[in-house]
Design a protein around this ligand. Structure first.
Ligand code: IPD
Ligand code: CA
Ligand code: CA
Ligand code: CA
Length: 264
């Protein structure tokens, strides 16, 4: 199967994902790390659905999925590596019934080749392929201006390990602050040129994997807070930003929080 055929195959999974998520309104919810960290039966069912599709593909398929994460070491150079967040923004899914998305990224031999963010409520599929640009429902996204901090909305994921000084620095110097409470939609806002940056002090691989490819395709900056590419098989803090915003934020985010703070 070549990469275009694989792209078509993955795109064919999303109608089924949408039905599974939207047709099941009676589901149980459990707490994971604490009362703010939720997983519903739908998160688990979507994870299983995507994994079932992946396992039918030819060759050895390696999967890192939020709801099946086993903390085992995974080779970032694997021939076929998939990173899956079945529902990103589970708290929104439960409490708002919108502003959540499904994320799937495909890596081969250390290179992100395909990435998908599906905004289920709005029925918008953002997709990217290496060298092919980023699309929303089949329409290519336009290049975006290199916005600076003063003219930009900045997305911040206000997790509990946030350093106050950093929050205030951005609040005082940016145009304003925004937060969907959903890494995928906050990150997509940078891809679309609606935010100048999105900073997240700690996420699993599934919270940032698509942005490695999408940022590259849009000429945007993506890194951890130390301006390095994270090992995408591991949790990390991350920033996706216009080059101008990153250059203004770089020295501040270095002290923001440690990469190792996030536990799953
Ligand atoms: C979370 C959301 C949240 C972000 C966290 C993520 P989940 O994902 O994207 O906005 O702040 O870093 O873990 O748990 O709802 O898939
Ligand atoms: Ca979660
Ligand atoms: Ca999730
Ligand atoms: Ca997530």
């Amino acid at each position: 199967m070549n990469i275009d055929q694989l792209d078509q195959e993955v795109k064919s999974w999303f109608p089924e994902i949408k039905d599974l998520i939207q047709e099941n309104t009676n589901y149980k919810t459990k707490e994971k790390r604490d009362f703010r960290d939720l997983a519903t039966e739908i998160d688990i069912a979507v994870q299983e659905l995507i994994e079932d599709h992946i396992k039918q593909l030819p060759g050895k398929q390696v999967i890192i999925g939020e709801e099946t994460y086993g903390q085992t070491e995974v080779d970032p150079e694997a021939s076929h590596l998939w990173i899956v967040d079945p529902i990103d923004g589970t708290a929104n899914f439960v409490k708002q019934k919108e502003n959540y998305a499904t994320m799937i990224t495909y890596f081969s031999h250390g290179q992100a080749k395909l990435a998908y963010i599906y905004d289920v409520f709005r029925d918008e599929l953002y997709s990217a392929s290496l060298g092919g640009g980023v699309y929303c429902n089949g329409m290519r996204l336009d290049p975006i201006p290199d916005l600076n901090l003063r003219e930009s909305l900045i997305g911040i994921s206000p997790q509990h390990n946030i350093k106050r000084d950093y929050f205030y620095y951005i609040a005082e110097n940016a145009f304003d602050i925004r937060n969907y409470g959903c890494s995928s939609l906050d990150g997509i806002s940078v891809i679309k040129g609606q935010y100048g940056a999105f900073v997240n002090p700690g996420g699993g691989p599934w919270d940032y994997a698509p942005f490695i490819l999408m940022a590259q395709e849009m000429g945007l900056h993506f890194s951890n807070f130390s301006n390095q590419m994270p090992d995408y098989t591991k949790p990390s803090n991350f920033i996706i930003a216009s080059p101008a915003c990153f250059s203004e934020l770089e020295s501040h985010i270095k002290s923001y929080t440690d990469t190792g703070n996030y536990s799953i």
